[in-house]
Design a protein around this ligand. Structure first.
Ligand code: GLY
Ligand code: MN
Ligand code: MN
Length: 476
């Protein structure tokens, strides 16, 4: 009897799981992706075909993988979040016995057993609901070669050499990309003997950059949410942080708050570095246990429904900037304030950079930290802006246009043993905000998180409910 019940329950569970084919969360919606594919097509060269692949599954260790993350180009054009797929877009209508088509989406087949272990797959039916007319199984990409003989241009994404080969799966991305390589090589060798035919194998990146560099209203909405979540986390950390914490703990508060607000994860590895660690631009180990009385640089961004923020605040762990910390901090703040004003239509990243550099260089000369204007490069060694979106470093032009969302992030980093008075050593400051470019000037989307040194100190004097959480001591 007991056995029967268990069996019955198992059957219910299995059948529920298998018939569960609701769409993914996709706030952009099928119409957005369809429109973007149409815009992509309009930018394709004459008589061309484009192959866009899903991201590979990446091994973390043994049989454990990194969390799967769809390739942003693929997601932008499809809304599809499953691995082992290909999107083929044709410039012109194609015809066969079933009629005309201008794109084919290849997806994984459904598989009751695998879905029990790994979660649902949408399959052909699910893809059709997502605005694709022609959907085929990935096996067909391999078994029935795509007829590309008549195309003069093939656009592709780079074949990565780090695609994991699942030996028991003869239609995984590894096999799909092998097939693609075979098709392209054959085409290339066919062409070699016929110089009258033109053949280009080029990257889709240029087209994707044109599409993704300016954001639709829906994208701005999602980005704004991601940025707001990140700014609120910065505020809560300002309230909660104290001398006994560790870098890892501070990182954890940011990331906990992201999830409280429904963000799935971080848009990039969180950078939380105190003292000298703040001078390592992409410090992600976050393992310093002693942050007492140091400045801590927190470059962290929530990813909300695919869109990622990129917000940096640098604060004194004990709640008060000391004299040197405040001087350097206020200089970076002034540089950022003035640089943000340059984030206007008609300007380029370069205008923002030159403004930020000018203020930092003159300030460092006044402080006696450097003698020569060009020497500031040593303490401010990076660019000031990049696009954000589905990628933390989104593609796009350096010339500013309406509805771009970019960062403005000057910094000063003075590591130990720098050729200055040691009182400046181990101070690293970056302030980074996310700016929407509009017809009426820059709009700071991360404005919620205070930036002025005196405003930061006011927030840091407040209490946080996070500090009510006291866990058992496991060291004794
Ligand atoms: N978080 C990386 C950057 O600021 O570009
Ligand atoms: Mn950035
Ligand atoms: Mn950043």
């Amino acid at each position: 009897m007991r056995f029967k019940n268990t069996l019955f329950l198992l059957l219910i569970l299995l059948s529920t799981n298998y018939s569960y084919t609701q769409e993914y969360f996709d706030d952009l919606g099928p119409e957005f992706h369809k429109k973007k594919r149409q815009e992509f097509r309009s930018l394709m060269p004459a008589n061309s075909v484009a192959f866009i692949f899903t991201s590979p599954i990446m091994k973390r260790s043994n049989d454990t993988d990194y969390m799967y993350h769809q390739d942003p180009n693929f997601y932008y054009l499809t809304g599809w979040r499953e691995p082992h797929g290909v999107l083929v877009i044709f410039k012109d209508d194609q015809f066969d016995s079933d009629g005309s088509y201008n794109e084919i989406m290849y997806v994984r087949e459904r598989n009751e057993y695998r879905e029990m272990w790994d979660g649902r797959r949408l399959g052909i039916k699910g893809a059709k609901k997502m605005s694709f007319d022609r959907v085929k199984l990935r096996s067909e990409f391999i078994e029935n070669t795509i007829p590309i003989e008549n195309f003069s241009n093939i656009l592709n994404t780079n074949i990565r050499d780090d695609v994991r080969d699942f030996k028991d799966d003869k239609y995984d991305l590894f096999d799909i990309q092998n097939k693609f390589q075979e098709i392209v090589s054959k085409k290339e060798s066919d062409i070699l003997g016929d110089l009258n035919k033109q053949f280009f194998s080029s990257s889709i990146n240029q087209i994707m950059s044109k599409l993704r560099q300016t954001k639709d209203p829906l994208e701005i909405e999602l980005l704004t949410k991601a940025i707001r979540i990140s700014a609120l986390a910065q505020i809560e950390v300002m309230r909660a942080i104290h001398n006994d914490m560790t870098e890892r703990e501070v990182q954890g508060i940011h990331e906990f708050i992201y999830r409280k607000y429904g963000a799935a994860h971080e848009g990039y590895n969180s950078i939380v570095g105190a003292g000298g660690n703040a001078c390592v631009l992409h410090y992600v180990t976050n393992e310093d246990m002693d942050i007492k009385d140091k400045l801590i640089l927190m470059d962290v961004g929530a990813e909300y429904r695919g869109y990622t923020a990129d917000v940096t605040r640098t604060i004194p762990v004990n709640g008060k900037f000391n004299n040197e910390q405040k001087i350097i901090y206020d200089l970076v703040y002034k540089s950022q304030e003035e640089a943000i004003k340059e984030a206007i239509i008609g300007n380029s990243f370069n205008d923002i950079y030159l403004k930020s550099y000018d203020i930092i260089a003159k300030g460092l000369i006044d402080l006696g930290i450097i003698n020569d204007y060009r020497e500031a490069r040593k303490y401010y060694p990076h660019g000031v802006s990049h696009h954000i979106g589905l990628d933390v470093h989104d593609p796009g032009s350096r010339d500013l246009m309406e509805n771009m969302v970019i960062t403005v992030e000057p910094g000063i980093y003075i590591p130990e043993n720098s050729n200055t008075d040691p009182k400046w050593w181990n101070i690293g400051v970056r302030i980074e905000d996310d700016i929407l470019i509009t017809n009426s000037g820059p709009v700071n989307l991360s404005i919620d998180a205070p930036r002025r040194s005196d405003e930061i100190e006011v927030i840091m004097a407040q209490d946080s409910p996070i500090n009510q959480l006291v866990l058992p001591d496991i060291n004794n």
